[in-house]
Design a protein around this ligand. Structure first.
Ligand SMILES: [Zn+2]
Length: 513
């Protein structure tokens, strides 16, 4: 089986990450686990046919996990689908989908068969096929959240036909009997033992899908000896409190489940938007469970690479794997050095496709202020681009976290950088789209200025040349200032120091999902 992450963000999409959805390809069919916005688009980009999706499993009713359903179903209708579609998940899905389709005036020409699970269920085989089955167990989230395990049944061992013939087996019926595990007595009374000519049965592969949840016993059960455990790791251990408060797992939780369940491989996903570098989480998980990978959108994970390589081909470039270590910027979270240009121990170098991501490194001169927190302190978090990008989350004293490197257009923390990396420099510049980038997750000019404090670098408006900029001005007291468009040219009008501001920790609104 081949697992293709279609979206790895938690709660809110970022410019680089889409909402939760994961495809499992097996023998030509596609099984979808969660269906966040953009799932159908990402499936297409991954090289997966939407018409091949017959079964969709929804974990829970947080929008980031199922809002893609109406769109996908509408597309299926436009594609003149005829086959039944099976949707599994918590109670309420059917109602939701019916209302969405009704509002859009869509009458389906194919049938959707729902299998809804109610709060309080313990364990259920929700799909049983001759070759595999899917089981469901409740996880621990704030609402009913379902974990799934897709389990291939063991395949019978191969019959050694030549040996069978040598032993006197002549007809098909006898072969079948042997294959079924029974011995055959020949006319002359000789017994041919099944075990002598039938090889060991082949263990079926398995995929456990566990998101969103606290560390839970049912996760262990679902994951037990799985080929691939696909587990959320919304936070790192420093934010354990936050994880508990929001019913999510840390990377360490995910790794502990993987270790206890003796899985073959752990793949972590569902990253909080605060981690522009998910390798912080990978590093944490690998300390406990070394066979951990980080889910990368559209990059297939194969349980049998020898036979499966090349089956799924993405139609767009996939984010290259960057090694987490190396020279370059320092990372706030755990002192994890990363971003260097050397060849990684764990990551083979990838072909670079284009230069889309590379804008940051070269965009010296741009200024990007990401000023989430409040307070009057100065703290420069310069993760990305070569220009200036202030990420001023906290407050208080001064803390310069200069992860990338500013100046000179070199920035070693250059995650997006698929394109150029001349001279052996490998820029890990995830965020900075165009040098001017206020929320440096996004691209281009996109200001996301969530917090704001007294005086800080929350200076969207200071920039007099920002006509094209879009402001995402969530924290503001809107009634007071909705001036982003009208006043941006005037510095005078933009002094925010007197605005009534309700300080808020960044991401608070997001982390609940
Ligand atoms: Zn979620």
């Amino acid at each position: 089986m081949i697992i293709v992450p279609l979206g790895v963000a938690s709660a809110t999409p970022t410019a680089k990450r889409h909402l939760s959805s994961t495809a499992l390809w097996r023998d030509g069919s596609v099984y979808l686990f969660d269906c966040g916005e953009n799932a159908q688009m990402r499936a297409l980009q991954a090289g997966l046919k939407r018409s091949k999706i017959d079964h969709i499993f929804i974990s829970h009713m947080d929008g980031d996990h199922f809002f893609g359903l109406p769109g996908l179903v509408s597309t299926m209708q436009l594609q003149r689908r005829e086959n039944n579609l099976y949707i599994y998940g918590p109670e309420g899905l059917k109602e939701f989908l019916a209302a969405s389709l009704k509002a859009a005036g869509i009458e389906l020409m194919f049938e959707i068969i729902f299998k809804e699970l109610k709060d309080g269920f313990e364990h259920e085989i929700i799909l049983d096929d001759p070759e595999f089955y899917v089981e469901a167990r409740p996880l621990e989230h704030k609402s009913l959240c379902i974990g799934y395990r897709f389990q291939e049944k063991d395949k019978p061992g191969k019959v050694d036909a030549k040996k069978a013939e040598e032993l006197g087996i002549t007809n098909d019926a006898q072969f079948k009997t042997l294959k079924a595990g029974e011995d055959v007595t020949l006319e002359d009374g000789t017994v041919v033992h099944s075990a002598d000519i039938v090889g060991e049965p082949k263990k079926g592969d398995s995929f456990a899908y566990v998101t969103d949840t606290l560390f839970s016993v049912n996760s262990l059960k679902l994951a037990y000896k799985a080929s691939v455990l696909y587990h959320e790791a919304t936070f790192d251990q420093n934010l354990k409190d936050k994880a508990e408060e929001t019913y999510h797992s840390t990377a360490e939780d995910a790794a502990t489940i993987a270790q206890k369940a003796e899985v073959q491989r752990l793949v972590i996903t569902h990253f909080s938007a605060r981690y522009t570098n998910q390798f912080v989480l990978l590093k944490e998980a690998r300390k406990i469970f070394p066979d951990t990978w980080v889910a990368t959108e559209l990059r297939p994970i194969m349980t049998d690479p020898e036979h499966e390589r090349g089956i799924i081909k993405a139609k767009i470039p996939i984010e290259p794997i960057q090694k987490p270590g190396g020279r370059g910027g320092r990372n706030q979270g755990g002192g994890n050095r990363r971003g260097g240009g050397g060849k990684g121990k764990y990551f083979r170098p990838r072909k670079r496709f284009d230069d889309r991501g590379d804008r940051g490194g070269r965009s010296g001169g741009g200024r990007g202020y990401d000023n989430r927190g409040g307070g009057g302190g100065r703290s420069y978090d310069n993760r990305g681009g070569g220009g200036r990008s202030y990420d001023n989350r906290g407050s208080g004293g001064r803390s310069y976290d200069n992860r990338g490197s500013s100046g000179g257009g070199r920035s070693y923390d250059n995650r997006d950088n698929r394109g150029s990396s001349g001279g052996g420099r490998d820029y890990d510049n995830r965020n900075t789209g165009g040098g001017r980038d206020y929320d440096n997750r996004g691209g281009g000019r996109d200001y996301d200025n969530r917090g704001s404090g007294g005086r800080d670098f929350d200076n969207r408006d200071r920039r007099s040349d920002s006509r094209d900029d879009r402001y995402d001005n969530r924290n503001r007291d809107q009634q007071n200032r909705d001036r982003d468009r009208s006043n941006k040219d005037s510095d005078k009008d933009n002094d925010q120091s007197n605005l009534p501001i309700k300080p808020r920790a960044p991401f608070d609104d997001f982390d609940r999902f």
